[in-house]
Design a binder for this molecule. Sequence first.
Ligand code: GLY
Length: 562
Amino acid sequence: MRIFSKVLILIFTFSFASYAQEGNPVYAKNGMVVSASTLASQVGLEILKRGGNAIDAAVATGFALAVTYPAAGNIGGGGFMVIHLADGKNTTLDFREMAPIKAHKNMFLDSLGNFLPDLSQKSWLGAGVPGTVAGLVYALEEYGTMDLEEVIQPAIDLSKNGFHLDYRLANSINSENEVFKNIEASKKIFTRDGEKLKIGELLVQKDLARTLEIIRDEGSDGFYEDEMAKKIVEESDKNGGIFTIEDFENYKVVERDPIIGNYRGYEIVSMPPPSSGGICLSEALNALEHFTFKREEWGSSRYIHTLTEILKQVYADRAEHMGDADYYNVPTNYLISKEYGEVIKNKIGETARPATEFHPAEIPRFKEKEETTHFSVVDKFGNAVSTTYTLNGSYGNKIVVDGLGFLLNNEMDDFSAKPGAPNMFGLMGSEANSIQPMKRMLSSMTPTIVLKEGKPLLVVGSPGGSTIITSVLQVIINVLDFKMNVYEAINAPHIHHQLFPDQIDYEPFGLSEDVKQNLISLGQKIGIERYLGRVEAIYIDQNKNCFFGTSDPRGFGKAVGF
Ligand code: GLY
């Protein structure tokens, strides 16, 4: 098997440099915020400079992203936060959206049982009960040091006074113009009387500012009770939705123990169900631990073949075994065990096994009792926060709640609406992830903190639907195994395989022609060239006591520190 050459690695680096905003990781000594929006990163940085901790800064960044990065930053969606505290505690917050009480298993099927993706992706029915406001407020109250008033005010100012649209944000919003102009409430904000927004113009969001002010003054209750919840339900009734006041009153943030894997001596702290991220990451790393790759083997067909075979098994298990663990008995312990890692390793041969030959893990008895965004924050006290939150699709279901100024998610599409019918990310599911009232839909979000000797080494996460897991995985491997710095690790082209479709998708310059031919000769199928994930990560140099951060050059965010 031929080895991918160093020369090609140099070509990658050179080619990618053309669209990189930062040729190196950003350095800081006292704290750092990396997010998909420069303005939101700066909001978080200001909070750190004022003496806030990483949780204060993460909450401020989260609210700011809802204003400055409307494709995925949100108060109408949900997400997950992984926290490492300076005292050594690791915890996670689940503020994933929840199926409304009136939701039912077949709500996205027609009378013949056909899946209706327009309903799960583009309508009020596609929205789960939002969790973001509850999640951010909970994080602040439990682990922050500042008042809500202080951390939310920058988001209020940005929405009230507006900010100038840069080239990429204007293009992003305008790419949805056809949809926005046909939804009256969205048209008011994201178009100018139906026309596209101009680069450089001020985006003012007065309704959103008012909504954030209510949250500032009344906390989480301001969103989930009283007038605001009533208004959301009223709009839902008018537009064919099924939200009820009880949906909002019942919404709870759940603090969960993280999935903690061990990979070559590093602890990998990540998100448990209802995210599949932590289990999938751990499962993949446990299998990969049986292989060693020399630095110059990065991108080689041996490495990509091995990774691909592991990923096929991981996604087979995801489809069959994973869902909201409060509603379904997810066999977490077995899936993340070293024993199962060895089972996966033993099945990897010299040639590819077709996707149809992959079966979900047989769980030994009695073993068990587009668009998303990520931000990473560290402070000088030793706290680290890894948050991924989402509206699901880019701009969610693209519906602004009239008068309240925020976009709704279309997260219900993350449920398995019908066995065998792929969701918007091509992911399949089973009973484990079927729709039930108040259940949380399975996610791929993988906010993760890698620890070395109990202290944060890497804070990492990504958007990208089904590709989140593979993007986060490869960045971790690039840092830990291939010894890349965090910029190189993110910038290096990723590959992706999710079992179905049975193909390796790859980034531009990600597979050289000879590696492709090698993989084909092993029985692998080569898929499409596309960008994968947008990782926002911070590497903590434990010896020099400083931070190196990179916002993925595939996106338009920024790492900032001081
Ligand atoms: N909505 C994408 C995810 O949660 O995986």
